[in-house]
Design a protein around this ligand. Structure first.
Ligand SMILES: [Fe+2]
Length: 208
């Protein structure tokens, strides 16, 4: 393909095609492709400028007066499909107008997975903000691992495939109930550090 024949980013933004910035940012390293018998690991995405430590543990991120937008649930699994219990799953997003709370903890919180690796959180459908076209929920997932930072996109919301960071593997399939609340399911797949990887002769020798 010659340079002249290459599609522009706008032309390749369509269903099933990642946005041209998906996973591409300094410091964002993608997980390796799955070995035979393994699940594909959740793609990594940028943290963005709005993550702050210290959000409360809670499974309901709604503010007074909010109507639930989405009940998001699923599991945290290893690449071998084993549930990860006690994993920390942190969520943060903008409000419905596209603004992030940089003082308090609106639309920010974390949950722990149960003994079967399950999590659930209820929140709003966030708004959009420049330069993002997609309504997205930022997530960090950590088990016995480094935190995995990613973003989720809500199936059926406008703008998903116009977003530079959109990734089709990060779309949450949803149903909508009689009250207009979306119910989405998404399983995170993250590699766990094994004892063999974590405890080496070198690491033991380095302990003081
Ligand atoms: Fe964001």
């Amino acid at each position: 393909m010659t340079v002249q024949e290459q599609a522009s980013p706008a032309e390749v933004r369509r269903k099933g095609v990642p946005g041209f910035m998906a996973g591409k940012s300094p410091g964002v390293e993608q997980p390796p492709p799955p070995e035979p018998g393994e699940l594909p690991q959740t793609p990594h995405e940028i943290e963005g400028p709005y993550f702050r430590l210290g959000a409360p543990m809670r499974s309901n991120l709604l503010e007074p007066g909010d109507k639930p937008g989405i009940v998001l649930s699923g599991r945290v699994l290893t690449e071998r499909g084993k549930p990860v219990s006690g994993a920390v799953v942190s969520f943060w997003s903008s409000d419905a107008a596209g603004n992030y709370d940089m003082v308090g903890w609106r639309y920010s919180g974390y949950v722990l997975t149960d003994g079967e690796g399950r999590y659930e959180v209820t929140t709003i459908i966030p708004g959009c903000y420049e330069p993002r076209e997609a309504k997205h929920i930022h997530v960090k997932v950590q088990g016995v691992s480094r935190p995995v930072t990613t973003q989720l996109y809500v199936e059926g919301e406008p703008g998903n495939t116009d977003d530079d960071y959109y990734h089709p593997a990060l779309v949450v399939p949803c149903t909508t109930d009689e009250n207009g609340v979306k119910h989405g399911t998404f399983d995170f797949v993250i590699k766990q550090v094994t004892r063999e990887e974590n405890v080496t002769p070198e690491s033991l020798a380095a302990r003081v």
